[in-house]
Design a protein around this ligand. Sequence first.
Ligand code: ADP
Ligand code: AMP
Length: 215
Amino acid sequence: MNIALFGPPGAGKGTQAKELSNHYKIPHISTGDILRANVRDGTELGLKAKKYMDKGELVPDEVLIGLIRNRLTEPDCGQGYLLDGYPRTIPQADALSDILQDIKKPLDAVINIEVSDEELVKRLSGRRSCSCGESYHIMFNPPDKEGICDSCGAELYQRDDDREDVIRQRLAVYNEKTKPLIDYYDNAGLLVNVDGSGTVEAVFEDICRIMDQFK
Ligand code: ADP
Ligand code: AMP
C-alpha cells in the first residue's frame, strides 16, 4: 500500500499516520520528524534545515529529494509506505514520481485531509509534541498525564514553529507552494479528499475506508 497523506500544517497527518502505520504495518515516513531528529542530533543536515524550519519556511527541494530517495529505498518500505509532509512543492512531486518509478512502487492514492484555517491555528497552537514522534493537543487530544507522552513517558514540548507568528507563515507557505499539488494529484487521478474536521477516530475510519481498497 503506497500512500501519501496530504494537507496543511495541523490537519492531523502525523496523528493519523501513527495510527495507520500500526494498523496497516507500513512505515510512517515524516520528513518533518526526520529533519527534527537531525536538528536534535546536530547533524550537518540538521544545522542546514533549522534556519528554514524556525522561520516556517520550506527546506530547499534538493535537500528533501535526496532525503526521501534514501528513505524510500530502505528495506522496510518493501510492503509499502505512508508519506507525511512530502511532497510539498511541484519539483518534489516530480522527483517523487521518478524515484517511485525507479523502485517500482507507484502511489496508490494521495489522501488530502481538509480542515479550515481557523481550526488549523487552534490545533497548532495547542499542539504538544514528543521526540518519539507522537503529538497531542492540550484540549482536543490530551495525554493521560499532563505534559508526559503516553507512548514513551518522555516530557512533551511545544515546537518552536508552533508559535502564532510562525504558524501564520507556515500556512502562507502552504497556500503558495504546497496547495497547487491538489490540482497536480487530482489531474493524475490520485487525489482523494477526506473531511479532517471530525474527531481523530472519525477521520481514521474515513481514511481506512479509502486505504482498505489498496490492501
Ligand atoms: P500535522 O501532522 O498535519 O501537522 P498533527 O497530526 O500534528 O498535524 O495535528 C495537529 C494538532 O491537532 C495536534 O495537536 C493534534 O493532537 C491535533 N489533532 C489532530 N487531529 C485532530 C482532530 N481530528 N481533532 C482535533 N484535534 C486534532
Ligand atoms: P512538519 O513536521 O511536516 O510540519 O514540518 C516541519 C518543517 O520541516 C516545515 O515547516 C519545513 O520547514 C520542514 N519540512 C518538512 N517537510 C518538508 C518538505 N517536504 N519540504 C520542505 N521542507 C519540509
